[in-house]
Design a protein around this ligand. Structure first.
Ligand code: C5P
Length: 299
């Protein structure tokens, strides 16, 4: 995670880009007693990102302002926002009386399986740890992250790619060639993660992520694209048929094996070149798809 620090008119300020993630592989292995599901998933950051600016407040208050071009009504404001919850958790855990003003420029769609809220929360933990000079150990930050959400620890780790196990908070970094072009699209509206998990089917004979990692690591992108897998996709498609329509639409584009990410509703397809990815995204927007971006894996 790159933190740009400068001394602004209101004191020390940090600006950080918070990347979205894609699940290139997601297998649900079992239901747990705590209401969560045991997973094996390959998470990779992407160039699509939110931007956050942190400035110290003279009081312990946490003030969040959201900015963005689109409809911000879907972004939880106030105390529901994971950014505010992350800042308060850090205050509680350390007993600090320092506060912050946080500006959030939102680009990652909400409830889309891209972990927009989780990446913002992780960025808040890491940035405020620095701004407030708390110097928490990485394990301490990871355990606070896991209290905020299953995906948050991945972003706190700062690695661009990892196999995540447990409920998603056990991070095993993997080295993959990054920079692969990708097109990400989303139907209008999102899905609740909890609802998708509530209806999901457990894999009778779970697949392993290793063949995909081997294919990616050796640059066999076409073979890798055939190993992309998300066992939440059939459930999400049943709850929101627009996902299946979007996958069909994407499969008629020059994209390799489109897949849904996380619990949906966003879908993505790897592409052989950045120029083709941008051209495909432009064509899809021209065909009336409102939410399409071209980007790259890794940040
Ligand atoms: O951890 P997070 O807040 O992202 O999870 C949202 C909901 O998704 C959880 O309350 C749970 O219902 C479901 N979930 C799950 N198994 C996971 C992750 C999330 O059942 N591994």
């Amino acid at each position: 995670m790159r933190l740009d620090a400068y001394l602004g008119p209101e004191g020390p300020t940090l600006v950080v880009h918070a990347p979205a993630k894609l699940n290139l592989f997601l297998e649900v292995l079992g239901r747990r007693g705590d209401g969560f599901h045991e997973l094996e998933t390959l998470m990779v950051t992407v160039s699509l990102h939110d931007t956050l600016r942190f400035t110290e407040e003279p009081t312990p208050a946490i003030r969040l302002r959201c900015h963005g071009r689109g409809d911000l009504s879907e972004v939880p404001s106030g105390d529901d926002n994971l950014v505010v919850r992350a800042a308060r958790l850090l205050q509680e855990h350390t007993g600090t009386s320092r506060g912050a003003r946080i500006d959030l420029w939102k680009r990652i769609p909400v409830a889309a399986g891209l972990a927009g809220g989780s990446t913002d929360a992780a960025t808040t933990l890491v940035a405020l740890d620095r701004l407030w000079e708390l110097d928490l150990a990485p394990e301490e930050l990871s355990s606070l992250a896991a209290r905020l959400g299953s995906d948050v620890a991945f972003f706190v780790s700062g690695v661009p790619a990892a196999i995540c196990r447990g409920r998603g908070e056990e991070i095993h970094p993997v080295r993959l060639p990054l920079g692969l072009p990708v097109v990400i699209a989303r139907p209008s509206g999102g899905l609740s993660t909890a609802e998708v998990f509530r209806h999901c089917q457990l894999a009778a004979s779970p697949r392993s992520v290793q063949p995909l990692i081997d294919a990616l690591a050796t640059g066999r992108i076409a073979a890798a694209s055939r190993l992309l897998h998300n066992s939440l996709q059939p459930t999400a498609e049943a709850l929101k048929p627009e996902i299946q329509q979007l996958i069909t639409h994407l499969s008629h584009q020059p994209l390799l094996q489109p897949l849904m990410t996380g619990s949906g509703t966003a879908c993505f397809g790897l592409c052989v070149s950045h120029r083709l990815a941008h051209r495909t995204a432009r064509r899809l927007r021209g065909q009336g798809l409102a939410h399409v971006v071209a980007g790259r894996l890794g940040t």
